[in-house]
Design a protein around this ligand. Structure first.
Ligand code: FES
Length: 220
């Protein structure tokens, strides 16, 4: 954990990153059926104490902001309701796991569809290998839409490297910023979003749930 690390969402502008948060680029690799299988690191950016990341999607120096948002008159209005994750989640109960699911957080990474799909894997989690597969699929879900819980009611979370990831699909198409490890995210109005192990932020400018990604990048 890096001390005093924070991501500040600026009004109609970039994300200001403070506290020396490592920045990586990672790509989703698929299995032989074309289903997302794992994340692979393809680049580590030079470590900087402070930097600004493009939020409007128009920078020619991505992932960094180059001021293009001003010319573009970017409307970065934050419309995410900042409701706690556990409010209004769907629950799927299995013999060895519970799954909580908040579909509006989906960013289309699609790790959850492999094999029987995480919902079936959970409700049949006493079948050989199902529990392990469900845990793996949830851990790869970048937005934290999907969380699996053990039989004692504890979330099963990966101990990620404290970092921001520029995510990409295997075909080179861009995904959201994957914020890992419980980094504080402050709204342009000074309020703090729920601190979570996995969060995805819009970096293309078209999400209808800013600053969070809502998979609208697929519609661009
Ligand atoms: S937010 Fe500044 S160029 Fe995109």
């Amino acid at each position: 954990m890096v001390k005093n690390a924070k991501i500040k969402v600026t009004k109609n502008g970039p994300y200001i990153v403070a506290g020396g948060i490592p920045l990586l680029r990672m790509v989703i690799e698929s299995d032989s059926y074309g289903d997302p299988l794992r994340w692979r690191i393809v680049q580590r950016y030079p470590l900087r104490e402070n930097y600004s990341l493009c939020r409007c999607g128009k920078s020619k120096n991505r992932p960094y902001c180059d001021g293009a948002h001003i010319k573009q008159r970017f409307n970065g209005n934050e419309t995410a309701n900042n409701e706690l994750y556990l409010k209004n989640v769907k629950e799927y109960i299995g013999p060895e796991l519970k799954l909580t699911d908040k579909p509006e957080l989906c960013v289309g990474a699609a790790f959850c569809v492999r094999d029987a799909g995480i919902w079936n894997l959970t409700v049949n989690s006493d079948m050989p290998g199902f529990k392990e597969m469900a845990i793996e699929e949830a851990a790869n879900c970048p937005s934290g839409r999907l969380v699996v819980w053990d039989s004692e009611g504890k979330p099963i979370e990966t101990d990620y490297e404290f970092s921001i990831v520029i995510s990409e699909h295997e075909d080179g198409s861009p995904g959201p910023l994957w914020v890992r490890g419980g980094i504080e995210i402050e709204s342009s109005d000074g309020s703090i979003y729920e601190k979570r192990n996995r969060v995805t932020l819009c970096n293309c400018g078209v999400s209808r749930n800013k600053p969070l990604c809502d998979a609208s990048h697929f519609d661009k």
